[in-house]
Ligand binder design. Structure first.
Ligand code: 2P0
Length: 323
């Protein structure tokens, strides 16, 4: 029997963002966050144990340097969990452009966590899988689950996990306005640390995001689409405002990002209710109802930017093959 497994995980976009850690050593976030897993972007990863050394191939290219070390450190955690000393061959494919602010590390580390543990025959509950995925990349904790998921900030390793929440009929969909699919200029990990250490607005971000999180849970429970959308947009803008206050300032925005944000406002005025959110990149994700998906997509396409993708809520991580 070979120790091999393949897992598929989808990316997620936070409606209430995670931006900054309270403990970098075990990846505890400063605040709780809430996300929507998308069906549009996924990572498929195969892990096979039994090798002499770890190797990682992403989209046909062998990783090296810090990108490889990050995966190797993660595999160390799995070795410890499974009490094994052999190494792994990791082959991964992203349908997401890597490191472009489209949550490739979320789907990437969720798929890696599931494949590496399944291949090692380590049986984890979904909660424990999310705790493990968190240590690869914070947002990966949420990609263990489909649809809407919350990641509780927690106070220690065991209490900082994600879990799904029931959508009581919100009918959510998302349009991704791709402004630039190139690699980001500063990693989200570095940018959030810089913001936390140097921005005078960071404490205000933490405080307001805590309130946003509570308000969002309430809005979701009431299936109040308007409130969910308003909170989504304002939470993202406040996160970016906190970055602008860093030294040196962090800005992921490009001129086309602003054009899309303006379009979202115009669409709302003309009766298509939709709301914008942005992550560590220039792309704009637009939250809307399913019935408005085509209208929003066509309006974005008319801006003639780099690309546009539509998405419905996606599934949680799945081990598609364990041999
Ligand atoms: C989020 N982002 O909540 C936020 C909003 C980007 C902007 O989670 O250091 O790759 O690996 O825990 O998860 C991106 O940060 O950072 C992110 P690490 P991660 O989706």
């Amino acid at each position: 029997m070979t120790a091999r497994a393949t897992a598929v995980a989808h990316s997620n976009i936070a409606l209430i963002k995670y931006w900054g850690k309270r403990d970098t050593a075990i990846a505890l976030p400063a605040t709780s966050s809430l996300s929507l897993t998308l069906d549009a972007y996924l990572t498929r990863t195969t892990v096979e144990w039994g090798a002499e050394s770890d190797s990682v191939v992403l989209d046909g290219s062998r990783l090296n340097g810090e990108a490889e070390s990050r995966v190797t450190r993660f595999l160390d955690l799995v070795r410890r969990l499974g009490d094994r000393s052999d190494h792994a061959t990791v082959v991964s494919h992203n349908s997401v452009p890597t490191a472009a602010g489209l949550a490739s590390s979320a789907s990437g580390f969720a798929a890696l966590a599931a494949a590496a543990t399944a291949a090692a025959r380590i049986d984890l509950t979904p909660r424990d899988l999310s705790i493990l995925a968190r240590k690869g990349s914070g947002s990966a904790a949420r990609s263990v689950f489909g649809g809407l998921a919350v990641w509780h900030a927690g106070t220690d390793d065991a209490s900082s996990f994600a879990e799904p929440i029931v959508d009581p009929g919100l009918d959510l969909a998302m349009v991704v306005a791709v402004v630039d699919a190139g690699t980001k200029t500063i990693s989200s990990r570095a940018a959030m640390q810089l913001t936390a250490e140097t921005s005078p607005y960071y404490p205000a971000w933490v405080e307001s995001s805590r309130t946003d999180f509570t308000d969002m849970l309430d809005a979701v429970a009431r299936a109040d689409f308007t409130r969910v959308g308003e909170l989504t947009e304002s939470n993202a803008m406040r996160m970016h405002a906190s970055m602008l206050g860093a030294t040196p300032p962090v800005s992921y925005w490009q001129p086309d990002s602003v054009r899309v944000l303006q379009l979202v406002r115009d669409l709302r005025v003309s009766g298509t209710e939709c709301y914008a959110t942005m992550d560590a990149g220039p792309n704009v994700k637009i939250l809307c109802r399913r019935t408005h998906l085509d209208t929003v997509r066509d309006a974005v396409a008319a801006l003639d930017i780099a690309g546009v993708t539509t998405s419905l809520p996606g599934p949680g991580v799945a081990v598609s093959q364990a041999e």
